[in-house]
Unconditional design. Structure first.
Length: 459
């Protein structure tokens, strides 16, 4: 039976109050399917659905929900069920939830945890925000360096049910310092009587507990692992970070960058769950900045007011000129920001990037410049639109497009690198921001070129 059909039937059973049938239908859903149902259902159906889930399914389903929905369920679900769920979900997932709660709610829900789980939660919350320490989980299997392979398998059978991963195991010494990691394949192929050091090669990747979470993304890309160990400055193994947690961080980072590219402050919650007032606070500041920036465009035009008054035809091409520069700058900024996010370019590559963008800016400007000249020429041939000085007007448009496109390309490519140099987020050089800057400077370039080429004729 299709999962969608099961969810539709489940909703009907919940509304009808058929507890036995509803519990059976819920049991047929995988956690991902149950999470989809919870996300789409109303509050009453959500509470009923969790009531009929078994303990394991409830915890697994809750973990798959986004933090905003998890937060609302804390108030909807019965006190005892909330306590069970918070104790059962993975520590890193619990930390992500606790981070979005106000302080009074954090304290309230910390009291629901067992002594051991509370200690783990407080430890994870003690690490800086956005640090790898907030991502790590203590649920993993460690191997002592003086064990045999047979002893390792005994440990796996004893502790494996609680581990986040059974693909990689971590070797530590008597002081708990990380020595190596061993893949399950290596253990399965080893002689049961051999000792752990015999299959160790002392080549392993690790994360530092205080590093930024973006470091974890890069390390997982580099090493292609399911899990990486987390150590402190002394080399002591503190926990592990798993691939699924890093994927969540990568998605959040990409979403934040995309929002900033649109000149919006990053949203911490899903779009439909952000209140109108909060959305206005997120969007208005950048719009005000961009509005002030565009005011300089008006100032630039007033500076050349006499020239525009003498040759009104110049005003007709202002949108064409400035939009071409803004579009080119936005293109360059988007490409560079994404390349930086993927690790394809660094600050050390600034000169190579500039050289490439100068060449591309010249070629792109030449292409648009030729098209701009042809536009003037065709209109003149067809309708005698621009009079005896049409050739000068055509060259003005052509050279202005070349200059503005070249300038937009340089601005769009260099500004993200400059922001990175000073510790700011390159994504703040958003496409609208670049476009606004190039609008002002592009207008100055255009009217300056016009003043030089048309002086003594139209001007």
């Amino acid at each position: 039976m299709e999962a969608v059909d099961i969810r539709d039937q489940l909703l009907e059973l919940l509304r009808a109050g058929d507890a036995e049938s509803a519990a059976a239908r819920i049991g047929e859903l995988l956690p991902a399917g149950a999470a989809d149902f919870i996300a789409e259902a109303d509050d009453e159906a959500r509470v009923l659905a969790f009531r009929y889930m078994n303990r394991d399914q409830a915890a697994e389903t809750f973990e798959l929900l986004d933090p905003g929905l998890q937060k609302s369920l804390l108030d909807l679900l019965p006190y005892r069920q909330v306590a069970l769920i918070l104790n059962d979900i993975a520590p890193d997932s619990r930390t992500a939830l606790l981070e979005v709660l106000p302080p009074d709610m954090i304290n309230k829900h910390l009291r629901l945890l067992t002594h051991n789980e509370r200690a783990v939660a407080l430890k994870l919350l003690g690490y800086p925000e956005n640090s790898i320490g907030r991502l790590m989980t203590p649920d993993y299997i460690t191997i002592r360096s003086d064990w045999s392979v047979a002893r390792v398998f005994e440990e796996i059978r004893a502790q494996g049910a609680e581990s986040e991963t059974l693909s990689t195991f971590f070797v530590v010494d008597e002081q708990g310092k990380l020595i190596d990691d061993i893949k399950i394949r290596e253990l399965l192929l080893a002689d049961p009587g051999s000792m752990v050091p015999e299959i160790c090669d002392s080549k392993f990747a690790f994360l530092n507990v205080s590093d930024d979470q973006e470091v974890a993304i890069e390390e997982f890309k580099k090493h292609d692992r399911v899990a990486l160990p987390v150590i402190d400055q002394a080399g002591t193994l503190l926990g592990i970070v798993t691939f699924d947690d890093v994927m969540d961080v990568a998605e959040e980072e990409d979403t934040e960058d995309m929002q900033k590219l649109g000149a919006v402050e990053a949203l911490e919650e899903p779009y439909m769950e952000v209140s109108v007032s909060k959305m206005i606070r997120k969007r208005a500041p950048w719009l005000l900045v961009l509005f002030v920036g565009e005011m300089f465009t008006a100032s630039a035009m007033s500076f050349f007011e006499n020239e525009i008054a003498k040759a009104v035809v110049l005003a007709l091409f202002i949108p064409l000129i400035v939009s071409s520069g803004g579009n080119t700058g936005s293109q360059a900024a988007t490409l560079i920001i994404r390349a930086m996010a993927l690790g394809e370019v660094t600050l050390r590559d600034w000169w190579r990037i500039m050289r490439r963008e100068i060449v591309m800016g010249l070629f792109l400007g030449l292409i648009l410049g030729v098209l701009g000249f042809l536009r003037v020429a065709i209109w003149e041939i067809v309708g005698d639109t621009y009079g005896p000085y049409w050739l000068l007007i055509g060259f003005t448009i052509s050279f202005s497009l070349l200059g503005v496109v070249l300038w937009g390309t340089l601005m769009g490519s260099m500004l993200p690198l400059l922001l990175k140099k000073f510790g700011a987020d390159p994504a703040t050089s958003s496409a609208p921001f670049i476009a606004t800057l190039v609008d002002v400077t592009g207008l100055l370039i255009y009217l300056s070129v016009a003043a030089m080429l048309l002086s003594g004729t139209l001007l």
